[in-house]
Design a protein around this ligand. Structure first.
Ligand SMILES: CC(C)(COP(=O)(O)OP(=O)(O)OC[C@H]1O[C@@H](n2cnc3c(N)ncnc32)[C@H](O)[C@@H]1OP(=O)(O)O)[C@@H](O)C(=O)NCCC(=O)NCCS
Length: 134
C-alpha cells in the first residue's frame, strides 16, 4: 500500500476529548480515496457508493503527522473497490482502517458507466501512455 498524503493534526481537527475528530479523518479519507479512484479510472465523474466498517484503531493527537494509504483491491465493471489505512508517520502505529470503499464510475448522464480498467496503473505507466499519445 502506498501512503501518499500526509496530514499534520491541528487544533481545528480535534474533538472535545482533545484527540483527532473522526469526522475530519473520514473527510480526508473520502477525498483521498476519490482522487485515487479518479486517477485509476481516468474519469472525474466518480462517486462514493459504499464504505464498510470503519475501525478507529488508536487515537491521534495534536501535532501528530499522519499518513493516508489507499490501494485498489478489485476492479469491477463500473466500480472500483479500495482498502484504506491511516497511520502515524513517525511511529507507524495504525490509527484507522477501512476494509472496503466502493466508488462508481459515472457517465455524463450520471449513470454507472463501464470503465474498462482491470489493474492498478502506476504514475510511470500513465506518463508512458502520455508519451505515446494514449
Ligand atoms: C452510484 C449510483 C449511481 C449507483 O447506482 P446503482 O443503481 O446502485 O448502480 P448499479 O446497481 O448498476 O451498481 C453500480 C456498481 O456499484 C456496485 N454496487 C452497488 N451497490 C453496492 C453496494 N451496496 N456495495 C458495493 N458495491 C455496490 C455494483 O456492484 C456495480 O459495480 P460493478 O459494475 O463493478 O459490478 C447511485 O447509487 C448513486 O447515485 N448513489 C449516490 C452516490 C453519492 O451521492 N455518493 C456520495 C457523494 S460522492
Amino acid at each position: 500500500m502506498n501512503f501518499h498524503t500526509r496530514k499534520w493534526v491541528k487544533p481545528e481537527d480535534l474533538n472535545p476529548n482533545g484527540t483527532l475528530f473522526g469526522g475530519s479523518l473520514l473527510r480526508w479519507i473520502d477525498e483521498e480515496a476519490a482522487i485515487y479512484a479518479i486517477v485509476q479510472l481516468g474519469n472525474q465523474r466518480v462517486v462514493t457508493k459504499y464504505i464498510s466498517e470503519i475501525n478507529f484503531v488508536s487515537a491521534s493527537r495534536q501535532g501528530d503527522i499522519i499518513e493516508l494509504g489507499i490501494t485498489a483491491t478489485e476492479f469491477g465493471r463500473t466500480s472500483i473497490t479500495l482498502t484504506c489505512e491511516v497511520r502515524n508517520k513517525i511511529t507507524r502505529k495504525s490509527i484507522l482502517t477501512v476494509e472496503k470503499m466502493v466508488f462508481v464510475n459515472l457517465g455524463e448522464d450520471g449513470l454507472p458507466m463501464p470503465h474498462g480498467r482491470t489493474e492498478i496503473r502506476y504514475v510511470k505507466d500513465q506518463f508512458k501512455d502520455d508519451e505515446i499519445g494514449g
